[in-house]
Design a protein around this ligand. Structure first.
Ligand SMILES: [Zn+2]
Length: 299
């Protein structure tokens, strides 16, 4: 799935259809002059060059040159920096707060979830303000620490993230001072949230920090949407969002967005919108191969 998403980098766009261009030019001339017009080959060549320049300018952010086989080479051949489609938003838009001036490139799915099991270059990345992204690091770690304890969580990334979670909560007892106090608070919170009933772990919904869960899930789907489609999602305050977590459901049949980051994270989504704004979206997320969430909204 990851390689499918990368097609956005290399999709051939160079082959301008000259017949279509001629038909378009002639219909425009007819509309302007009220007479049937014929576009001469020289005019068409000039027109094609202009259109091609406009097309290149349009794709300037992602494209540096057209290769001999008709495909385009991206400016970021090694990374997954999006958005992967041209947008009317400024290049330095921070996808988190929607303001320009992004001073950093950040992973849409925080690296703490994969715990070093995939390369840092992998996975969707977007421009953002360091400070905006930084606001989520506490909640992301909290959610990660909870998820690795879910009965359905498993796999290589989960094992590595579980090690990190145990360390963050100072289970080995090797932290001291301020670090140890922070770690103790994290550990006590996780213990408060989980009850054991007949050998099974049950989450105490009264104790879970739903705001932090929702913020983390919302940030991920916001990033996925902008990375893949250039559409910005409505804020939870603007539009009613349904967030189901954990969620027992089925994957989407015909997703328009797919994402896979090692065995740490998988997503499918359908998203529609116009004018740079999403109007309806349905996101199915899977963490650690078994921990599922669904987020849905309609404006
Ligand atoms: Zn920002």
């Amino acid at each position: 799935m990851g390689s499918d998403m990368m097609k956005g980098h290399n999709r051939p766009t160079g082959g301008l259809d000259l017949d279509a261009l001629r038909a378009l030019a002639e219909s425009r001339l007819k509309a302007l002059t009220g007479q049937k017009a014929q576009v001469e080959p020289e005019d068409l060549r000039a027109l094609a060059e202009r259109e091609l320049r406009a097309l290149i300018e349009h794709r300037r952010r992602l494209v540096v040159e057209q290769l001999a086989d008709g495909t385009w080479r991206s400016r970021f051949p090694e990374t997954w920096v999006g958005p992967m489609v041209p947008t009317s938003y400024p290049e330095d838009l921070c996808y988190i707060c929607e303001q320009p001036g992004a001073d950093s490139v950040e992973h849409v799915v925080a690296r703490c979830f994969n715990a070093g099991t995939v390369s840092n270059k992998e996975g969707p990345q977007l421009p953002a303000h360091k400070r905006c992204n930084g606001c989520y690091s506490g909640p992301e770690e909290y959610v990660r620490n909870s998820m690795v304890g879910f009965d359905d969580a498993h796999g290589r990334a989960c094992d590595a993230a579980r090690e990190d979670a145990l360390s963050a909560m100072n289970v080995a007892g090797d932290k001291t001072g301020e670090d140890a106090r922070h770690a103790k608070a994290k550990r006590e919170r996780q213990l408060r949230e989980v009850k054991r009933e007949g050998g099974l772990r049950k989450w105490d919904h009264e104790q879970v920090d739903h705001d932090r869960w929702n913020a983390v899930l919302f940030k991920i789907v916001r990033g996925l949407a902008y990375w893949s489609t250039g559409l910005l999602l409505p804020w939870p305050a603007e539009t009613e969002w349904e967030i189901h977590m954990p969620w027992q459901g089925v994957p989407l049949q015909a997703p328009t967005i797919s994402s896979l980051i090692g065995d740490a994270f998988e997503a499918q989504a359908v998203l529609t919108g116009s004018g740079g704004r999403a109007v309806e979206g349905d996101f199915r997320l899977t963490f650690y191969q078994g921990v599922r969430a669904r987020l849905y909204f309609r404006r």
